[in-house]
Design a protein. Sequence first.
Length: 316
Amino acid sequence: MPKKTPDYDNVFKTMKMKHKRLFVSVINDVFGKDYPLNVKVDVLPSEGYLTENESADGSKEIEEQISDFLIKIKDEVYLLECQSYDDGSMAIRIAEYAFIVARQFAVWDIEKATIPMPRFTVIYVKQTEKTPKTTTITFTFPDGQCVNYKSNNVILEELTKEYIIEKKLFPYIPFYIARYEKDLVSGDDIEAAVDDLEYFRDEIIRLHNESELSDQEMADLMGFVNTIVTHITNGNKNEERLVNVMGGRIIETQTEKWIRQGLEQGMRQGEAKMIVELGQEDGLTDEVILNRLQKKIGVSYEEAETYLTEYSKQFV
């Protein structure tokens, strides 16, 4: 079986943090826009919301859910939600995410509030017979009015490799190989997967040579592909051959390791500061903020307490 790890989520999260420019083409393709690839892209804070889940023993557990990607281009806000499989709760989750975004841009006075909703889409990495073509949220009002808030979903298995390259849908490339999961896990015939990986490798190199992709974008896209490959193959007999298509595993020098660790530490500190400040501005308790710190940036309770103490000073 494939490893039960969050590698799909991690790849998507890392891409949005490091390479938000690459998502401009996705916005253009999904929403019929024509933004230049160098347009200014603002990543909005992904505020979480609290939800109550029931555990196996029947007890209730409060968990915080985080939206995948909220970005603002010019005057438009977009919500991109990446899903491995179809999920029966997706429509209500999108509604909750959308209202979180809308709250940030609402305009109101004593008699009226205008709440602009973001454009949204759900990107399905894998497809089953239940995977929906669209996601619809219907708002019903006491006076009988109904408003459908609807968007087409992106189902990656329906996109060809040629279309992805033609439209420069680079964030889709790492997840393309997921359509071959069964073959890669237990099958002996992986030639189609190898051919597709070679196609993407050659096109990534070509686009890099034509200055469509930077050095870092090219290296990271290949690395992201291999992250998904190793997630699926989980060390089986097919892994080495598939990984080698993209150039194999990159050996990290000690200097590069120190630089990477320094950047990661800086990003954690920046995110921790934002979580503490936003939480206190919203009047959240220390325990809720500590819970957010642990879940969002993956630190221990003790480390979360340190961040809370450090970044609470200005509120004393």
